[in-house]
Design a protein around this ligand. Sequence first.
Ligand code: ADP
Ligand code: MG
Length: 701
Amino acid sequence: MDSERLKENVTVTVRFRPLSPREIQRGEEIAWYADGETIVRNEYNSSIAYAYDQVFGPTTTTRQVYDIAAQHVVSGAMEGINGTIFAYGVTSSGKTHTMHGNQRSPGIIPLTIKHAFSIIQETPSREFLLRLSYLEIYNEVVNDLLNPAGQHLRIREDSQGTFVEGVKEEVVLSPAHAFSIVAAGEEQRHVASTNFNLHSSRSHTIFTLTIESSPCGEDNQGEAVNLSQLNLIDLAGSESSKAETTGLRRKEGSYINKSLLTLGTVISKLTDEKAAHIPYRDSKLTRLLQSSLSGHGRVSLICTVTPSSSNSEETHNTLKFAHRAKHIEINAAQNKIIDEKSLIKTYQNEIRSLKEELELLITDPERLEQEEEDEEAKDALLSQIQSLTKLILVSSKSSHQSDPGRRYSFREDELAYLPRRKRDLSLDHENIQLNVTLDEGTETKEDKKIKKSGLLNWLKPQKRDALTSSSDKSSGCTSVSESRQDNEVIQEQINQKNNECKGLEETITALKHISENTIINNSNHEVDIEIEELKQKIVKLTESKERLETENQRLKEENSYAKELASAAAVELKILTEEIMKLMNQNEKLSGELAAHGNSPRRTTGPTKNGHRKSVNQLELLKREVAVSKERETAYEAMLSEKDERESELERIVMESQEREAYLENELANMWILVSRLRKSEGVENEIDVSESSKESGFEI
Ligand code: ADP
Ligand code: MG
C-alpha cells in the first residue's frame, strides 16, 4: 500500500519530438514510435517495447504534456507538497523545448508560473509568498544564475534539510516579474559560457520556486505555514560517453553521468518499497534535491526522445533509463493496442503505397503524354489520402476536454525573452517549401528517394500520434480544434505537394522541349552527359561543403571546450594556492606556539596531523643546528679574543724585557764608569793593570 503510494508519487513519461527538417532531408527513418498512450515500440523489432505512465507522440503540445506530467506536481507544491520535474534525454531531443519552450509554444517553466498565479487567484482563503532561485550545476560545481558572484556554492544541511549556501532568492510579485528573473538567469548563462550550446548540453539547470502559504485574516497567528519547494530541471544531455575521446572530456562526461546515473538510482529506489538506502550523497544534483525527493514529494520524469533511426541507440538508452526509474509492466491492455497497431500498419501501408503511386505519377516522364488522365488519377489519389487522414483524425476527437487555455494565456510581452518559435516541420509547411525549392532543377535520383522517404517520415509521426489519441476514448489529449488544425495543415501540405508536382511537370516539359531540339541538332547525347556531369558535381560540392561545415563546427567546439577547461584549471589553481597559503599560515602559527612553549622541544604526542608533526620536528632540528653553530661561533670568538690578549701580553712582556735590558745596560755602563773612576782615583801604581784590564773587557771608555 505504502509502496503503491510512493509509486504514484513518481510519474515517468516519454515525449517524442518530430523529425527535424534536417533529419527528413537526410532521409532518416522512424526507429521508435508511440504505440498507444503508454507504450513505446521499436519499428524494426516489435517485440522490443516499454511501458510508461504516458507516452506523448510528436504532435503533442507542451500544454498537453503539462496537463499530464506537471499539473499535479505544481498544484501539490502550492498545497505544501514538494515537487520536482525533470527533463531527461540526449542533446537536441527536446529537453529545453519542453522546459522553456518558445514564444509560440511556452514550456513547463512559463506554464508553471502562470498556473501558480492562477491558483493563488483561485484560493482567496490563503495568502502566499513565492521565492525564486535559478542554479546551474556544471562539472559538479554549483553556480548561481541570478548572481554572477555566486560561484562554487556549497550544499549544506540543517535540521530542515539540504540547502545551497548563499544562494540568491528573489521574491516574485507577478508572472511578468518571474519571467524577467528567468530571462536574467538565461542571460547570465549565455554570458558565462564561451560556447553556449556546448555548455548547456553539459550542465544541469535548476529552477526552484519556494512556496509559503498561510490562512488569510487577523487570527491566523497560531496557524502553521505551508512551505514547499518546486524544482524544474533541464538536465544535461544524457548521450553516452563513447563520443568522449580525450581524457579530460571523459572526466567531464563522467561528472555528467555521475549525476544522471545517481538520479536514475535515486528515482528507482524511491519507487521500490524494499530499498533501504537512497544514495542522495553520491552526486551534487541528488544531494541538492534530497529534501524535495525524499518524503512524499511528487516527482515527474519527462524523457525526451527523437524517433529518428540515426539516434536509435541513444533513444533506446533513454527508454531503458526511464524504465529503470519506474518499472511498469506491459499488461493485458496491450492486446487491444496490438490490434490497433495492426490498424496503424494497415494505415501506414496504405498511405505509403498511395504516396509512392503519386510520386511515380509525378516523376515518370513516359506518362507525360497522358497529362489529362494523370491529372485525374492524381486528384483521386490526393482525395483518398485526405479522406483517410481526415477519418483517423476525426475519430481521435474527444469532446470532454476542458479548456485550459484561459488559465495559461500569456500577454504578448511576457514571453518576449523566449526564442521565437522554431519552425518544426510537422506544423510548418514553409520547411517543405524550402525542401522543394532546394531540390528543384538539380534533383538526382538519390534526391528523389530522400524526398520520398522524407515525406513518408513526415506523415508517420502525424498519423501515429493521431491513432495514439484514438486508441483511448478517455484520452482527451487532442482537442477538436487541434485535430481540425492538423487536418488543415495536412491539406495545405498536400496542396503544396500538388503545386510542387505541377512545377516539376513544367520543368520536365521544358527539359523535354530542350532535348527534342537538341535531338534535331544531333547533340542530345552530349547535353545529357553534360547535365549528368553537372549534377554529379553539385552532389560532390554539397557533400564537401557539408563535411567542411561539420569539421568547422567540431573545431569551434574543441576550441571553446579548451577555453572552458583552461578557465576551470585556473579556478583549480586558485583553490590550490589558497590551500597552500592556509597550510603556510598554519605552519607559522604552530612554530609561534612552539616558541611560546619555550626551548623545551618535546615530541608532539597530541592530535597533530602527521604532516604537521613532521614539519615541527624538522623545525626543531634546524633550530638546534642553528643554536649549536651559534655556540661554536661564540667559542671561536672567545678563543680569538683570548689569543689576541695573549699576543698583546706577550708583546707587553717583550717590551718589558727590552726595557729591562736597556735599563740593565745603562746600569752596567754606569757601573763601568764608576769602576773606571775608582781606578783613576787608586793612583799611578796600578796604571798598567788598569789599561790591560780595560783591553780584556773589550769596553771602550
Ligand atoms: P535539448 O534541450 O534536449 O538539447 P532542444 O529542446 O534544444 O533539445 O531541441 C532541439 C530542437 O528540436 C530545437 O530546435 C527545438 O525547437 C526542436 N524541438 C524539440 N522538441 C520539439 C517538439 N516537441 N516539437 C517541435 N520541435 C521540437
Ligand atoms: Mg537544451
